[in-house]
Design a protein around this ligand. Structure first.
Ligand SMILES: C[S@@+](CC[C@H](N)C(=O)[O-])C[C@H]1O[C@@H](n2cnc3c(N)ncnc32)[C@H](O)[C@@H]1O
Length: 322
């Protein structure tokens, strides 16, 4: 049948009845003043992190959301945008679009501020988005792209890049694996569709985003997600999957390569008022400054005793150089 069809079949079922244990975000579900999430929508939480970050929403951008699930993140984005078609949800599974619409109707009963036209639901595929070039400020996907095999994943990433405006942001969350997963798991269409065995390694995941033209990458969270154990998954060693949350900006990478922020900081504490590396990075004395991995490596290579560069926390929250 092919894994794309298997995936659609699984999500048809997951639309008919909430499927316990399918995905489910490991970051706490956002609670905002005046926002009530219906229980059925919560039960259809098929994400693995969050893509809703109020800091991305300054200027009230329209949000393109790919792979709608039960609609929880559509509702959370609509909470901020509160405008007609402020959130556009795309999914190729008719039943999932219907479930999302029903859950949003339920939500409208409990959330006075919600108008039915705030979210526009459309049939479409992440690999061939029915959206114009350079037209979107913020795009999001949660726990869908990990399902795609390499060629489809590259196509989907290219298409998201195509529809974003210059400097537009792609916010995403997926499972990642500590090692390449064995072939027998990668080829299992159902496990892949369940977001368990299509996961890339962290390095590959970031490389694919960079390859697709995103010049700045922010790693916002990494958390334990699921365990693949030898007994159930026919593998030699236990594998701990993580879920990752990332924002990728559509801007050309600098000549020396993309900027990947992983929560590293540089602190200069020497005799001068500041340290200037003459490559565009000025560190005021005693002030921690966020630096991308590339700059962190370059600063460390200087071997200065009056400069500390911290390790990656993978909880980058904005700010800094590059
Ligand atoms: C794991 S669920 C994630 C749902 C939602 N993002 C959430 O966080 O709850 C995957 C979603 O992607 C949809 N989907 C499956 N194949 C797709 C495709 N080729 N393009 C876009 N969406 C797809 C499914 O119908 C489902 O709604």
């Amino acid at each position: 049948m092919g894994y794309i069809e298997t995936t659609k079949e699984l999500y048809r079922d997951a639309a008919a009845e909430p499927m316990a244990g399918l995905c489910c975000t490991t970051s706490p579900v956002w609670k905002f003043p005046g926002l009530t999430i219906p229980s059925r929508m919560l039960e259809m939480n098929y994400g693995c992190g969050t893509t809703v970050h109020p800091r991305d929403l300054a200027g009230n951008p329209t949000v393109l959301y790919v792979g709608v699930g039960g609609g929880m993140e559509l509702l959370q984005f609509a909470y901020f945008s509160r405008k007609r078609a402020g959130v556009i949800g795309i999914d190729p599974v008719k039943e999932m679009l219907e479930a999302s619409a029903q859950n949003l109707s339920l939500a409208a009963k409990d959330n006075e501020w919600l108008s039915p036209d705030y979210v526009l639901l459309r049939n479409g595929d992440a690999r061939y988005l029915p959206v114009e070039d350079n037209s979107v400020d913020v795009a999001a996907q949660n726990c869908l792209f990990n399902i795609f095999e390499s060629a489809d994943l590259r196509t989907a990433l290219r298409d998201i890049h195509r529809v974003l405006k210059p400097r537009g942001k792609f916010v995403l969350s997926d499972p990642i694996a500590p090692v390449p997963l064995p072939d027998h798991l990668r080829k299992d269409e159902r496990l892949r569709a369940m977001c368990l065995t299509g996961a890339q390694t962290y390095e590959k995941y970031v490389d694919l985003l960079v390859e697709s033209g995103f010049g700045t990458i922010e790693i916002r969270a990494r958390r334990p997600y699921r365990v693949l154990d030898p007994k159930r998954f026919g593998i030699e060693n236990t594998i701990l999957l993580e879920s990752i949350e990332v924002a990728a900006v559509k801007e050309p990478p600098p000549a020396d390569g993309a900027c990947v922020f992983t929560g590293r900081m540089a602190v200069y504490f020497g005799d001068a008022d500041q340290f200037d590396d003459e490559k565009g990075h000025v560190l005021p004395r005693d002030m921690p400054v966020s630096v991308c991995d590339k700059t962190a490596r370059n600063l460390q290579a200087l071997g200065r005793p009056d400069l500390i560069v911290t390790d990656s926390t993978y909880f980058y929250d904005g700010g800094g150089c590059c």
